[in-house]
Every structure is written in structure tokens, then in C-alpha cells.
Design a protein around this ligand. Structure first.
Ligand code: AP5
Length: 228
């Protein structure tokens, strides 16, 4: 249930909803899927660095040309590039009511930069075991035009191989190939997993079980996010 509180701020079942949210989790944990649901529920924008970088690659911008080689190998794009695009997004008027960060920060350097750019209310780690991740990423199909994400078994498009939102042919992302998935998981363990300790020490970290149906995961997410 979503209603406006006395201050006009969105609430969930009468409890104030947080406004500046970071979603953490390994590749394929469901960050994008849950961030889209949260964005609709709380009416705040979702900023996904992976989507922004893929858009830059597709357009062939200078950023895209620099980022592509790292992304295709399952490596992180250098901090200065992603910090710049995230800072620009968070300084826009759209982010004033709040935001959901999906895929940023991904290194201690990025988290320290975020501290300087914006205040964060809540950080949620979506925990999913490696075996589930491989099945999710191998079966993911993405729309290269509008960014909608599907899964061949768990969330198929109503139009088969075409996006049911815009009709574009769905693709397997370059980095969803088996050998690149392995490297993305290594990158996550080496560089991103230390953020759990970083945010634990700041008493901002919450964790949810990311396995099971995506609606069940969303209910768990709302439960840890609302301020009681
Ligand atoms: P990015 O696009 O952010 O990739 P990622 O973090 O690896 O995350 P994914 O998009 O793969 O997964 P997700 O957790 O969003 O899961 P999803 O909801 O799609 O980054 C790509 C690359 O860009 C990086 O490798 C790096 O090179 C670069 N990059 C991005 N940000 C960067 C940064 N900050 N710094 C440096 N480099 C950066 O779900 C996955 C699949 O599972 C889908 O098919 C979905 O339908 C399905 N699914 C989801 N939830 C469920 C469920 N509960 N049950 C069943 N199926 C489900």
C-alpha cells in the first residue's frame, strides 16, 4: 500500500519510506529488477551505472569507447568515469525527492566518493548463492532499446524473442556469456564485497535473501526499508 504522509512523503503501510537507497549484491542478484519495482512504488528515480554505460557504448560516445573493453571482460570500469556519471545524475533535479542506486558504488573508492556527493539513508545487500546467479544470468534476455530485462524461464516476454514493451529483438548481453560471468563474480568478490563491511560499520547495511520469486524478494526488501 502506498499513501502520502502528512508531509507529502511516501509511506509504506503508514511507515515513512527511505528516500536515498543503495542496492548491493553480486551480478544477477536482482538489483535491477528490484530497483525498478522500488522506483515505481516510491516514485523516485533509479540510477543504474551498468545501463548508463551500456547506453554510452551503444551510442559510441567517448565514455562508451573507454568503458566497452572493461565491461566485455567482466572488469570494473575505472572509478573516475563512473563517479563522474553518477555525480551528474545525483545532482539533477530529478534526484531531489530521492534515488535508488543500482550498481554504484562498487569499490571502496566509489563509496568514499558517494559520501562526498550525497547522503544515503539505507543500503540493502541482496544475497544470492553462486549457483542461482549463473542460472539467472545465463537465462537473462535484455532489450537493447528500452532496457527492460527478461528471463527465459522466470520472466519471459509476452512476445517471445521480442521486447513486450517496445517490440525490439531481445539480446544476450556480451557479459552474460559463461566465461565472462566467472570473471564478474571474481571482480565482485575482490572489489565490491568489501563494501558490506564498509556500510556495516556505518550502521546503514541491511541484508535480504534474494532467492525465490521476485515478488517475494520485493516484500522482503520493503520490510527492511521502512522506518518503524
Ligand atoms: P551491471 O549492469 O550493473 O551488472 P551487474 O551488477 O553484474 O548486475 P546485473 O545487471 O548483471 O544483475 P542484477 O543484479 O541487476 O540482476 P537483474 O535484476 O538483471 O554492470 C555491468 C558492467 O558495467 C560491470 O561488469 C562493469 O564492467 C560496469 N559497471 C557498472 N557499474 C559500475 C561501477 N559502479 N563501477 C565500475 N564498473 C561498473 O536479474 C538478473 C536475471 O535474473 C534477470 O533475467 C531477471 O529477470 C532474473 N531475476 C531477477 N530476480 C529474480 C528472482 N527473484 N527470481 C528469478 N529470476 C529473477
Amino acid at each position: 500500500m502506498k499513501v502520502a504522509g502528512p508531509s507529502g512523503r511516501k509511506t509504506v503501510d503508514g511507515h515513512p519510506a527511505p528516500r536515498r537507497i543503495v542496492l548491493l549484491g553480486p551480478p544477477g542478484a536482482g538489483k535491477g529488477t528490484q530497483a525498478q519495482l522500488l522506483s515505481s512504488k516510491f516514485a523516485i528515480p533509479r540510477y543504474a551505472t551498468g545501463d548508463m554505460l551500456r547506453a554510452a557504448v551503444a551510442k559510441g560516445t567517448e565514455l562508451g569507447l573507454k568503458a566497452r573493453g572493461f565491461m566485455d571482460k567482466g572488469l570494473l570500469v575505472p572509478d573516475d568515469l563512473v563517479i563522474a556519471i553518477t555525480a551528474e545524475a545525483l545532482r539533477s533535479d530529478d534526484a531531489v525527492p530521492g534515488f535508488i542506486l543500482d550498481g554504484f558504488p562498487r569499490s571502496i573508492g566509489q563509496a568514499e566518493a558517494l559520501d562526498r556527493i550525497a547522503r544515503v539513508d539505507s543500503v540493502v545487500n541482496i544475497a544470492v548463492p553462486g549457483s542461482v546467479i549463473k542460472a539467472r544470468l545465463g537465462g537473462r534476455r535484455s532489450c537493447p532499446k528500452c532496457g527492460t530485462v527478461f528471463h527465459v524461464e522466470n520472466k519471459p516476454s509476452a512476445k517471445g524473442d521480442l521486447c513486450d514493451q517496445c517490440g525490439t529483438a531481445l539480446v544476450l548481453r556480451n557479459d552474460d556469456k559463461a566465461e565472462v560471468i566467472e570473471q564478474r563474480l571474481r571482480t565482485y568478490m575482490e572489489t565490491t564485497a568489501p563494501l558490506l563491511d564498509f556500510y556495516q560499520k556505518r550502521k546503514l547495511l541491511k541484508e535480504i535473501d534474494g532467492t525465490g520469486d521476485l515478488n517475494e524478494v520485493f516484500v522482503r526488501l520493503l520490510q527492511v526499508l521502512v522506518v518503524r
